[in-house]
Design a protein around this ligand. Structure first.
Ligand code: AMP
Length: 391
């Protein structure tokens, strides 16, 4: 199924491995405030160490604009990793150049070095060859375990893989097996659930899923554009007028596979004193906006999910950050957790909804990569994976 070489396929003893991880974690008061992504890379890190490799870990963190910026430093990540591993972790204040070279040279088998943020060099996102070469010069082999960045062709995610022998880590392998498996060989019925703010971000995903899934359940702000395309006035709801033609075309193509909410929660503002009511789907009065799916939609979607073989979910059903409009998303999370289907959740907001609801351990696979998982659902090849050695 996964047709790329992994760290299990190569000799690691005494090798220096440059490992691209996704340590793009939230930092608060100089400390890592959520280490989910670091934990997700631990099986790869521990295996490499057990096999006698020395590790040079690199990642981006945040979106630094103009070169080095202390608020995006990887130093807190190195400190956190040291605690998790129970041993010292070295830190280099640059990911390339003399500082990185000296630190990498000093490594013995079993040692761990974390490099400073790769995006402190603007060349990184340009997939600059000179930067890729400098990164490659630090190590003997390259391991990509950064699924969350695999949809980007950058120096540390793609360029360097053309210079060093390049293989996947275990997290990368697992992510692609679950998401790729759901798309290419799903246990049926295969149900996709899509929500979130906009359809323009997910048009390619809807298009591809209409050819693969048995039903595509739509909620969240993106349903509004479909409602408007069907001719309903949607009041002050979030709508993308420029996507109306596409929405119409998708509805026509969908041969009944696309399912929209049958009732919605509307409010006359977002203020604490807003009036809120639930209506069957129909014209939304002026001055009102759709902010969640209603209970009939939740139970209709729940029925479909209960009979599913595979469920893939991306994007909330409403403005779930506000408890008044979170019910649709949380109820849906419950249905997904309760179903016997292989359940896969991709992407930030649905993951945080499942975590908040305390249901994460009832989900088969929670992806660490929002953008990357969407590109897989869209049927696109991920450049960071394509560049790895074939099995
Ligand atoms: P996305 O990043 O596209 O998955 O969108 C997530 C965001 O969509 C969340 O911040 C939600 O608050 C927002 N959202 C969901 N439903 C609606 C809605 N009906 N109106 C406006 N925003 C929404």
């Amino acid at each position: 199924m996964f047709n790329k070489k992994t760290i299990a396929d190569i000799d690691l003893k005494g090798k220096k491995a440059l490992v691209r991880v996704d340590f793009n974690v939230p930092i608060k008061d100089g400390k890592v405030s959520d280490d989910t992504r670091i934990q997700a890379a631990m099986p790869t890190i521990k295996y490499l160490l057990d096999q006698g490799a020395a590790l040079i870990l690199c990642s981006h963190l945040g979106r630094p604009k103009e070169g080095p910026d202390p608020q995006f430093s990887m130093k807190p990540v190195a400190d956190h990793l040291s605690k998790l591993l129970g041993k010292p972790v070295a830190f280099a204040e640059d990911c390339i150049g003399p500082v990185a070279e000296k630190a990498a040279k000093a490594l013995k088998p079993g040692d761990v070095l974390v490099l400073e943020n790769t995006r402190f060099h603007k060349e990184e996102t340009k997939n600059d060859e000179a930067m890729s070469k400098q990164l490659a010069s630090l190590a003997d082999i390259y391991v990509n375990d950064a699924f969350g960045s695999a949809h980007r062709a950058h120096s540390s995610t793609e360029g360097v893989a053309h210079i060093l022998p390049a293989v996947a880590g275990f997290l990368m392998e697992k992510e692609i097996q679950y998401l790729g498996g759901a798309i290419s060989n799903p246990k049926r019925p295969f149900i996709a659930i899509l929500g979130g703010a906009k359809i323009s971000d997910k048009i390619g995903v809807i298009r591809n899923l209409l050819t693969k899934a048995d039903s595509v359940l739509i909620g969240g702000g993106m349903a509004n554009t479909f409602f408007k395309a069907q001719g309903y006035p949607v009041g002050d709801s979030l709508v993308e007028d420029e996507a109306l033609d596409t929405a119409r075309e998708l509805l026509q193509q969908s041969s009944g596979k696309l399912r929209l909410p049958v009732d919605v929660v509307i409010a006359n503002s977002m203020e604490p004193n807003a009036e809120i009511k639930t209506i069957s789907m129909g014209p939304v009065p002026d001055g009102w906006r759709i902010l969640d799916v209603g209970p009939e939609t939740v139970s209709a979607f729940a029925k479909v999910i209960a009979g599913a073989g595979t469920v893939v979910w991306n994007g909330p059903m409403g403005v779930f950050e506000d408890p008044r409009f979170a019910k649709g998303t949380f109820e849906l999370a419950k249905s997904v957790a309760e179903s016997k289907a292989t359940s896969i959740i991709g992407g930030g907001d649905s993951v945080s909804a499942v975590n908040k609801a305390g249901l994460a351990d009832k989900i088969t696979h929670i992806s660490t990569g929002g953008g990357a998982s969407l590109e897989m659902l869209e049927g696109l090849a991920l450049p960071g994976v394509a560049a790895l050695l074939d099995k």
